[in-house]
Design a protein around this ligand. Structure first.
Ligand SMILES: [Zn+2]
Length: 278
């Protein structure tokens, strides 16, 4: 599932390609792809709007329009692919999983493919419509909006929480997912089941720095390609080659050589080294 680094990589690649473009009439291949507003309204409202900037909040991609904003969430298997005007040949991918085409007035288009159909789009007239559109409330973006002092303050407010589920809670901070959370906890030597109240200040600071490091590396590597993730040009990321524990059950821990273990924390598969993380 794309996490913050993957969405950020897509944002950086798409921004120069689509900013300034005007949407034409969307072609909806799967009605469930439009979460808000109603299908007819979406079809009617989008054409004629211009993309000013491409932003990101947590794992949401934000097309900031001259009026309102279009949000996309890729969920498990969503892929957004841009094709410029005049590109010859067939669709970027076979049509089987094509859910939405967003053509531009200049003849180019964005194609949204999604095999599992969990991804989708929301068209908001203004930011205040966020919750009314059925979107979950999000905490500050962990990459853009949280410095070390505010991270410590956020933790301070949640002493009873266990650290891994807390980091995954998008209402606490937005953007962390399973892969980068497990890697951050490993790098900071913190067991995923620890309660916040048991973490020393030094551990909290170490955790913050580890999160910054893994996110920065994830972005620099073009993201992590485990199953379906490919960026907007269809290229794979390479952070999977740097994973120390995630998906590495039974393999030697890069620090101590003992086998990495897998457990389930708050319903999510969790990889850790019981020797290096306490
Ligand atoms: Zn170890």
């Amino acid at each position: 599932m794309p996490e913050l680094p993957e969405v950020e990589v897509i944002r950086r690649e798409l921004a120069p390609l689509v900013c300034g473009k005007e949407f034409a009439a969307p072609v909806i291949h799967f009605p469930g792809v439009v979460h808000y507003p109603a299908l007819e309204l979406f079809r009617r409202l989008l054409p004629g709007r211009f993309i000013g900037e491409l932003g990101r909040r947590g794992k949401y991609l934000l097309f900031l329009l001259d009026r309102g904003m279009l949000l996309a969430h890729l969920r498990m298997t969503g892929r957004l692919i841009y094709r410029p005007a005049g590109a010859a040949g067939d669709l970027p991918l076979p049509p089987r999983h094509l859910r939405l085409e967003l053509p531009f007035a200049d003849g180019g288009a964005l194609y949204f493919y999604d095999s599992r159909k969990f991804g989708g789009f929301w068209l908001l007239e203004h930011p205040g419509e966020w919750e009314g559109a059925g979107l979950p409330s999000l905490g500050p973006d962990i990459w853009e909006e949280v410095d070390e002092a505010s991270f410590l303050a956020l933790l301070q407010a949640r002493p009873r929480a266990r650290i891994k589920p807390l980091l995954l809670d998008q209402g606490f901070v937005a953007g962390m997912g399973n892969i980068y959370t497990d890697e951050s906890l490993f790098r900071s030597g913190i067991h995923p089941c620890r309660r916040v109240s048991s973490l020393t200040e030094e551990e909290r600071r170490r955790l913050y720095r580890a999160i910054r490091e893994v996110l920065a590396e994830g972005i620099a590597c073009g993201g992590t390609t485990t199953r379906d993730y490919l960026d907007a040009r269809g290229a794979a990321g390479s952070f999977q080659e740097r994973l120390a524990v995630y998906g590495c059950k039974g393999e030697p821990c890069p620090c101590c050589g003992r086998p990495v273990e897998r457990t389930v924390t708050a319903g999510r598969g969790t990889y850790f080294c019981p020797h290096c993380q306490s």
